[in-house]
Design a protein around this ligand. Structure first.
Ligand code: PBG
Length: 323
């Protein structure tokens, strides 16, 4: 035998030298759920190890995470049912606690990067990402609402907005609205290839944001489609997106890889709630080793081509590499 691939695996030093994929805390973006109030740290039933935080409990948590090397966070608000309406008006209300959390975090931790979610669902009495009329999700009528939400977040100091709503034309509309108001430095991380997935369940539990009627299949993509991701990606880039996202990550590694090879903008991937919940559940049953499986999962997403990974494992992974 002339060629014996095992020679390049014969000890830890050689394996480390020829390792193709590096994954560090700099690649991770930590999603956090927020709730108005005080002293709240409420575990999400279907997403163990993850919580709804109020501002006062969030601050020390972020401090701990920053020490572990996590510098990027994406924030999601859980909104009281009484504050929800058809037009998601609370999303840009000056007394929206979410906006206050953003500005407080930016003040307390100027070095961290904060990302938002731009979509109507947490604020909508219909639980949809867009405006609902007679059971239909209206596209163009949703855009000005998203823009008001994005401007309010920009005003509060958000670094990167993350439109996750999948309305057509929203990236261009949001870019122009931000620029017109002087927020030329606010970046857009577009949820470009966002699929109508069954893996969002625990997230919707966390925010009580499940659609009241119907599903999201008229705006989120069909999981069977790969080439359609190119249409979405191309539009988002031409409309001014700074980064693209593929969501979910694990069942869509082929899409991540395709976008990474096709485009030059950074690619992110969302290791969504259901993907993480599966690992938590199996680990709790003693069926899988938690640290080994979550690390392998994150590595696979990175190997597929993701520059950034949104993941509920962020803190545990950071702990692991800090060990
Ligand atoms: C809402 C939104 C969802 C997620 C992120 N933003 C759920 C949905 O589209 O219904 C899911 C994230 C996760 O499951 O971790 N626009």
């Amino acid at each position: 035998m002339l060629i014996r691939p095992r020679r390049n695996r014969k000890n830890a030093a050689i394996r480390a030298m020829v390792e193709e994929t590096k994954l560090g805390t700099e690649n991770l973006i930590y999603p956090m759920f927020l709730q108005d109030g005080k002293g709240i740290k409420k575990e999400i039933k279907s997403l163990p190890n993850n919580f709804r935080w109020s501002l006062d409990t969030l601050l020390p948590e972020i401090e701990e995470c920053v020490k572990l090397g996590i510098n990027q966070y994406v924030l999601f608000p859980a909104i009281e049912e009484a504050l929800k309406d058809k037009i998601a008006s609370h999303s840009y209300a000056s007394d929206n606690f979410y906006l206050n959390v953003i500005s407080t975090l930016k003040k307390e931790f100027p070095e961290i990067v904060l990302m938002s979610d731009v979509a109507m669902d947490p604020y909508s009495s219909d639980g949809h990402d867009g405006l609902v009329e007679n059971g239909k999700i209206l596209n163009d009528e949703t855009l000005p609402i998203l823009a008001k939400m994005a401007i309010a977040q920009a005003q509060a100091g958000i670094d990167i907005i993350g439109p996750s709503d999948m309305m057509d034309g929203r990236i261009g509309y949001l870019r122009e609205s931000l620029d017109n108001d002087g927020y030329t430095d606010v970046s857009i991380m577009s949820y470009s290839a966002k699929y109508a997935s069954a893996f969002y369940g625990p997230f919707r539990d966390a925010l009580d944001s499940a659609p009241k009627a119907g599903d999201k299949k008229t705006y989120q993509m069909n999981p069977a489609n790969r080439r359609e991701a190119i249409i979405e990606a191309e539009l988002d880039i031409s409309e001014g997106a700074d980064m693209l996202m593929v969501k979910p990550a694990l069942c869509y590694l082929d899409v991540i890889s395709m976008l990474k090879e096709t485009y030059t903008v950074p690619i992110t991937a969302y290791n969504v709630s259901g993907e993480c919940a599966m690992v938590y559940a199996a680990a709790q049953n003693g069926w899988l080793n938690y640290e080994a499986t979550m690390s392998e999962m994150l590595l696979s997403i990175r190997r597929a081509g993701a520059d950034g990974i949104l993941t509920y494992f962020a803190k545990d992974f950071a702990r692991l590499v800090n060990k």
